[in-house]
Design a binder for this molecule. Structure first.
Ligand code: 3HC
Length: 293
């Protein structure tokens, strides 16, 4: 376990242990931080714990960490279905589904529960205004976006997103935490839907969905085009499956609501696939069939 660092952030709480939350919890625990993870049910916690375990095992197999480091990370993690246990946390990272009403509720609860006056409340949201999350608390100066990328243990970027009222001190502490213990590369974005990366990425994915929907080209050809023609690690439709079509749709809806630009409007095929439960890798089928977790 590492010593408390200059940021004063030693106890971390992660809200949600889905695709993103499990990755965030894993990198926090791998940094030696006391990491408490919340999920709504024991079943969701078991799934999240399994995801973290699998990823740590994969990291050992790939020679990224040794077995002792894996075991230390597992020992740094605790799991709960009671958000009241976040009372002693120095930093909360909310990684609940992209549902504004839900996130607003979570921030209200975190504000009530977290007792330290210096506690920082951050969100991994991709597109929901940080200002709205801050307004759900009594300490909006200590609320900001801290946006990770999937797979979190592999992609080392975070976007820091202060709202108009986030204090300079809070921004400095969150940056020092991201660059220090979490060893992330940091970019800063204004509090605009999509921030930097999704404002660029989502219209690209939506264009690929429209291309497939209109019969312009087959999914495999669209993806091969970008992998082999532009050296992207995966094509846009495989990437949508990887992110989750529900999350992709939710981010597109937030972008469209904010900018009213047609390029952000979700194509009907994407909405229908989400309505049919074809969410990509997480449900085993999206634009492609997937096996395993
Ligand atoms: N822990 C640590 N390292 C791991 C690991 C783990 N659990 N699993 C894999 N790795 C490492 C591997 O060792 C390898 O490292 P190396 O290059 O040094 O050898 C590297 O990660 C790649 O792993 P793999 O060989 O298993 O896999 P691929 O080469 O097939 O890559 C991928 C898979 C990393 C998913 C790659 O295809 C990729 O980066 N795709 C793009 C993903 C992307 O764009 N994500 C962003 C989505 S947007 C987002 O998240 C924001 C949200 O708001 C929507």
């Amino acid at each position: 376990m590492s010593a408390p660092d200059a940021t004063g952030i030693d106890r971390v709480g992660v809200v949600g242990c889905g695709l993103m939350g499990s990755g965030i919890a894993e990198v926090s625990a791998r940094a030696g931080l006391d990491t408490l993870v919340y999920e709504v049910s024991d079943q969701a916690l078991d799934a999240g714990r399994g995801r973290i375990q699998d990823s740590l095992d994969r990291a050992v197999k790939r020679g990224k960490i040794d077995e002792a480091e894996r075991d230390a990370a597992l020992a740094a993690l605790r799991f709960t279905t009671d958000l009241d246990e976040f009372a002693d946390r120095d930093l909360a990272i909310e990684a609940a589904p992209e549902d504004e009403a839900l996130k607003v509720r979570v921030f209200g609860t975190l504000d009530r529960v977290m007792t330290s006056p210096d506690a920082l409340l951050t969100s991994n949201t991709s597109a929901i205004p940080i200002a709205k999350l801050g307004a759900a608390t009594t300490r909006p100066a200590q609320v900001m976006g801290l946006h990770f990328f999937n797979p979190v243990p592999v992609l080392d970027l975070v976007e820091l997103v202060p709202s108009l009222v986030t204090s300079t001190r809070a921004q400095e502490r969150v940056r020092a935490f991201a660059e220090g213990p979490l060893a992330r590369k940091v970019i800063v974005s204004q509090d605009r839907a999509g921030f930097v990366v999704n404002a660029l990425l989502i219209p690209y994915i939506l264009a690929a969905v429209r291309m497939h929907e209109s019969g312009f080209a087959a999914p495999e050809d669209i993806d091969d085009g970008m992998v082999r023609g532009c050296a992207h690690p995966m094509g846009p439709l495989a990437l949508a499956d990887h992110i989750g079509l529900d999350t992709t749709l939710a981010v597109a809806e937030s972008l469209y609501a904010e900018f009213k630009e047609p390029l952000y409007a979700p194509p009907p095929l994407l909405s229908r696939m989400v309505q049919a439960g074809l969410l990509g890798r997480k449900t085993g089928r999206g634009f492609y069939e997937h096996q395993g977790r």
